[in-house]
Design a protein around this ligand. Structure first.
Ligand SMILES: Nc1nc2c(ncn2[C@@H]2O[C@H](COP(=O)(O)OP(=O)(O)OP(=O)(O)O)[C@@H](O)[C@H]2O)c(=O)[nH]1
Ligand SMILES: [Mg+2]
Length: 395
């Protein structure tokens, strides 16, 4: 059946072809072509026609196919050129990085103060009340807020506070005063080995802070030893070892579940034997409300003190800025258990609750030594009140 179909198709094609040749021959005849060349001429014309159609089809296909190809090839090239043409971003200065990490605190405190003061020519009671609310909700704490509001009201009564700019200036000065009184940088040169015991609740950033601090001290040319006093959490010692490697310092560790006092003992001995400048002891995270865990810290202190009289020279509490007012409660209870010498306030980056640093400075008699502004090894800064205030207030 199929063969028959083919035959019929070929037959009809030949009939059509012959009639086409016949028509072309007639055209050539009317154009005056001699009879013996008419069939040949018609076949020639057909041949040329077919070649022309094939060429047009090929060019058409190429045009369609090349368009997307061109995009694929050219676009990355252009992109590369664009990247090459872009100048390398300038590395941010210390203060610029600090400022960037405080962006959320800036807008929750100074940003709100500025928008309140904008378009309010008169400094009246309503305005001061609204300011009070901003200060409280920005985690400055009741005590600091009362002090600031008291100063504003006194200025208003004296007639020295008349413009929004004066309000802003007064707040800035008062905040800096509060922060300056509790700003004492850590001096590790007063003893050798200088022992820092790092304490705090779970996940606040103790181990990270130990790592960053070790790196800073080692970069300053100090011989640093780390003690992995967190024997409670699985992989805590490994985490500290990774930091030790990054900072290029030795880590003294025991197996998981070992007595943290024994780690403290070995670390203290190693620090003395190796003539280290600084020993930093990491400890397990513990809830400030758990009495037995606080007792454990006291025991670790005693062990260190027996090996290195007077040590630890710095009991440093790590607080997570994102916890806001809860950080104050933690600080009070840790201070009762192991007398604190300093505070490291971590995670200032990405929180709007950075105002807590003011509450800490105002309400605790413990200086803020460092602030953490990121997870990187360089993201720990000695706390500098002037830089903090200018990061918040300077536009
Ligand atoms: N953004 C930011 N993250 C931080 C900062 N400091 C620490 N972290 C992160 O906080 C998390 C917890 O840090 P750790 O150092 O393990 O905290 P820890 O207090 O040792 O935790 P435990 O030992 O489990 O109690 C990690 O993901 C850190 O990268 C900081 O200043 N900024
Ligand atoms: Mg830890």
């Amino acid at each position: 059946m199929k063969d028959l179909d083919y035959m019929a198709w070929i037959e009809s094609f030949m009939t059509w072809f012959n009639s086409l040749v016949f028509e072309l021959s007639r055209m050539l005849a009317s154009a005056g072509v001699p009879e013996e060349y008419q069939t040949l001429g018609a076949l020639g014309l057909l041949y040329l026609g077919v070649v022309l159609v094939v060429i047009i089809v090929i060019f058409g296909l190429l045009a369609v196919l090349r368009k997307p190809k061109e995009k694929k090839v050219v676009a990355p090239k252009e992109a590369v050129e664009e990247v090459e043409a872009k100048p390398e971003p300038e590395p941010l200065s210390l203060s610029a990085r600090f400022k960037r990490s405080l962006a959320k605190t800036q807008s929750s405190l100074v940003g709100r103060i500025d928008s309140l003061l904008r378009g309010r020519p008169n400094i009246d009671e309503d305005l001061i009340e609204e300011l009070e609310e901003i200060l409280i909700t920005a985690d400055l704490g009741m005590q600091t807020t009362k002090r600031l509001i008291g100063t504003l009201e006194a200025g208003q009564a004296k007639g020295t506070l008349e413009t929004p700019d004066q309000v802003r200036q007064l707040l800035m000065e008062e905040l800096e005063k509060i922060l300056q009184t509790e700003s004492k940088p850590l001096d590790v040169s007063i003893a050798a080995p200088f022992v820092i015991m790092v304490v705090g609740v779970n996940g606040v950033g103790k181990t990270t802070t130990v790592g960053k601090l070790a790196n800073q001290l080692a970069s300053d040319g100090k011989k640093v030893i780390l003690g992995a006093g967190d024997t409670f959490r699985a992989a805590a010692a490994e985490q500290l070892e990774i930091w030790g490697e990054r900072a290029g310092v030795e880590v003294i560790r025991h197996a998981e579940g070992a007595d943290p006092g024994a780690v403290a003992f070995d670390a203290a001995r190693a620090a003395v034997a190796r003539k280290a400048d600084v020993l930093i002891l990491d400890t397990a995270g513990r809830l400030h409300t758990k009495v037995n865990l606080m007792e454990e810290l006291k025991k670790i202190r005693r062990v260190i003190d027996r090996e290195i009289p007077g040590a630890p020279h710095e009991s440093m509490l790590v607080l997570d800025a994102t916890t806001g007012q809860n950080a104050l409660t933690q600080a009070k209870l840790f201070n009762e258990a192991v007398q604190l010498d300093g505070i490291a306030l971590t995670k200032l980056d990405g929180t709007a609750k950075g105002g807590i640093v003011v509450a800490i400075a105002a309400e605790l008699d413990v200086p803020v030594r460092f602030v953490g502004i990121g997870e990187g090894i360089d993201d720990l800064r000695p706390f500098d009140p002037a830089m903090f205030i200018s990061a918040l207030f300077e536009s």
